[in-house]
Ligand binder design. Structure first.
Ligand SMILES: [Zn+2]
Length: 236
């Protein structure tokens, strides 16, 4: 059993499911992190290559704090994440090499074009990874389970489960603080208060201090497999 969380940008997975990933690591589950883009658009005034180096180093540092088994950049550029036969094959090979049974990614219809593209990529790859002659690794025998993490501010996201992450919230904050370049997100918006209010809101819904929300992919062959696994792994 292993988990692969896939975000569009280097801080997404930490923001939307970092507490749950930390719970999984505490329970001995190998957790892998992949980021599609290098977050090149996230540091005003900095050249793409330099911004990418900074942001991937921050993502890697956060993955270390989490205790992740691996951290992978999928080679895409900020604002240019795409679902294509090539990106599908790249991600399928990563999933096959890691032997990931449970995938976590952005929900459909999220606010950012890269988030939506990565959702489309993971959704398509999940079945494509079972096909022969796609990528270079042997095909999977069955599609991995898939769960969707929350959206920014919870907008348009209809959760099916809420995981109590009060016990690992400090790890999540440490992971987010590793993204030093993202302390502010433009204007007066700050990353930490934004994510804390989401975790508090989901915690109120769950009846605990802090929670993270998820829903299943609602698609063949295991529409709720992802969320059933999350509950079993974190509470079973
Ligand atoms: Zn993002």
């Amino acid at each position: 059993m292993s988990v692969l969380a896939i975000g569009a940008h280097p801080d997404d997975v930490d923001a939307f499911c970092g507490g749950t990933l930390a719970l999984l690591v505490e329970r001995g589950v190998p957790v892998h992190v992949a980021v599609a883009t290098g977050g090149e658009g996230g540091i005003p005034g900095e050249e793409a290559e330099s911004a990418r180096a900074t942001r991937l180093a921050e993502g890697e540092r956060a993955a270390e704090i989490l205790g992740a088994a691996s951290f992978t950049w999928l080679g895409m550029h900020d604002q240019k994440a795409t679902e294509s036969p090539e990106s599908r094959a790249t991600l399928a090979d990563l999933v096959r090499r890691l032997g990931a049974d449970l995938l976590i990614t952005h929900p459909p219809g999220d606010y950012h074009a890269d988030h939506r593209a990565v959702h489309d990529l993971v959704f398509a790859m999940r079945i494509g990874a079972c096909a022969a002659n796609v990528g270079s690794e042997p095909p999977l025998r069955s599609a991995p389970d898939l769960a969707y993490m929350d959206s920014a501010q919870g907008i348009g996201f209809d959760p099916e489960i809420w995981i109590d992450v009060s016990a690992t919230i400090e790890t999540k904050w440490r992971m987010l603080r590793a993204h030093e370049s993202q302390r502010t997100l433009g204007g007066d918006t700050e990353l930490m208060p934004l994510i804390e209010s989401l975790a508090r809101f989901r915690g109120d819904q769950r009846g605990c201090r802090y929670a993270e929300a998820f829903r299943g992919c609602r698609s063949w062959p295991t529409p709720d497999g992802g969320i059933r696994r999350l509950v079993l792994l974190t509470e079973g």
